[in-house]
Design a binder for this molecule. Sequence first.
Ligand code: ADP
Ligand code: TRP
Length: 323
Amino acid sequence: MRVVSGVKPSGKMHAGNYLGAVKHFIQFQNKADDSFIFVANYHVLNTYPDPESLRKGTVDILLDYLALGLDPEKTTLFLQSSVPQITELTFILSNYTPMGLLERAHAYKDALAKDKNVNHGLFTYPVLMAADILAYRADVVPVGKDQKQHIEITRDIALRFNNRHGDILTIPDARIEESMAVIPGTDGRKMSKSYQNTIEIFASPKQMKKQIMNIVTDSTPMEEPLDPGCCNVFALYRYFATPEECAEMKEKYASPVFGYGHAKLALFEKMNSYFEPFREKREALARDEDLLRDILCNGAAKACEEAQKTLADVRRAAGIIEI
Ligand code: ADP
Ligand code: TRP
């Protein structure tokens, strides 16, 4: 089984990204025979990023992933932009992609509805993503629910190609996203950079504490029992505590001398000690200037080799002459 996924270099890593996506990638690298993870830096271009923040974001996300346990010995880690075969494959696949398929894409429709300045890169985003997935012959693509439609579009494009030319492309599994939970943010909505309700996992302890102390709670006075079932603090606590610790915490919620401030401090202690070793590892990785370059060069060599094989099959099948 081969696992392939891409991550966009956009903003500071938060607990939702970690629990909802990164942790799964890291677990997958031990279960899969083979895993390919890349930074989808081309995919970000349709948002008109500032070049310096794109460069910085790319390095930052790589450091985040390595610090959190992505192992370059087990996972092929590389930049999307290091594999020129991807853009060539995107072009070929675009000829197997009906306009209607792209016009129905949620990301495109949402952008249009918001009257955003929609560019061609955004419209054809799903074809680039299909090329990413199909080039490395992915069996499984671990992504959040928001990406489900993109996987379906990938399958559709691959099936259209195969129907015309035979069994050339591997059809990826589309079921995987269901296992991933949606992590609530400090206001109870889905944790997301766009809602500014995140808890950043590589922030300093002081900043992390500030974000946790800002979690929205109801106005139940301390003397009355608090309900952990509808508490944003407890909703996060349970991801970091053992079942015994959760049971203990539930008892504390019933106590007249326990308030939301105490619960927030307990959550801070848990999250801070959970992420502290990762924070230290990240600082050490950031000091080693050659390390990232070496990892990315090795990853790109392997990724290009794989993508080249698929591209050669695709060109041959489509009738592109080799000279
Ligand atoms: P954001 O909403 O903060 O901009 P991204 O869209 O960059 O986050 O998400 C990156 C990855 O993290 C995606 O795979 C996404 O599904 C996952 N993710 C983001 N927020 C959450 C969340 N609150 N719960 C679970 N997974 C999440
Ligand atoms: N579109 C994905 C996201 O927004 C990132 C991505 C790009 C991706 N190419 C991919 C994910 C290929 C999985 C497979 O998060």
